[in-house]
Write a protein that binds this ligand. Structure first.
Ligand code: FMN
Length: 154
């Protein structure tokens, strides 16, 4: 075993295969989105999920002060959407959105979508954990997931 440092920590965690989500919300008619793979299930009763967002990421304050959001689990043919929402100024006009009754924007063509209410935020280290109550869900049994391993798409 080697003492953990930033380089071997990042390399080690890259060996954990994840799916990829884009977390979206709307503020003053503008849609915000961020590519996130720190998404995880937290609780069954009640249904809670979590993800973490870097404290210095762009639009962090908008995320932090927001109440509702969508978590969109990307399908294999949505690599461009993952790349788009990992950029500083993502384009929202190249993405097809649909809306819930609460006017939360969700991404079309995903393997699954969750509509969530932010319940709690915990600042820890250089990230903040967002704990979200799941309000509504949908999934597609036919699509394949977009996965991430070793800092590359699978
Ligand atoms: C596959 C993938 C997964 C990512 N997961 C996260 C994550 O869980 N949390 C996070 O804060 N940033 C994550 N990022 C980085 C953000 O999407 C974004 O690139 C980063 O915040 C820098 O852009 P910004 O300064 O505009 O926020 C991920 C990026 C990629 C490509």
């Amino acid at each position: 075993m080697k003492k953990s440092n930033i380089t071997n920590y990042k390399k080690t965690l890259s060996k954990f295969t994840t799916g990829i989500t884009v977390v979206c919300f709307r503020k003053n008619k503008k849609i915000y989105g961020k590519t996130i793979n720190s998404f995880n299930a937290l609780s069954l009763k009640p249904q809670l999920v979590l993800f973490s967002l870097g404290n210095y990421s762009s639009n962090f304050e908008n995320f932090f002060n927001n109440n509702f959001l969508s978590i969109n689990i990307l399908s294999k043919n949505q690599k461009n959407i993952s790349n788009n929402f990992s950029m500083k100024s993502p384009k929202t006009n190249i993405v097809k959105f649909f809306e819930t009754d609460n006017h939360i924007p969700l991404i079309d063509g995903c393997i699954a979508n969750l509509e969530c209410k932010i319940e709690d935020k915990i600042k820890k280290g250089d990230h903040t954990i967002f704990i979200c109550k799941v309000i509504s869900v949908q999934f597609n049994n036919k699509l394949e997931p977009l996965n991430y391993f070793n800092s590359k798409y699978l």
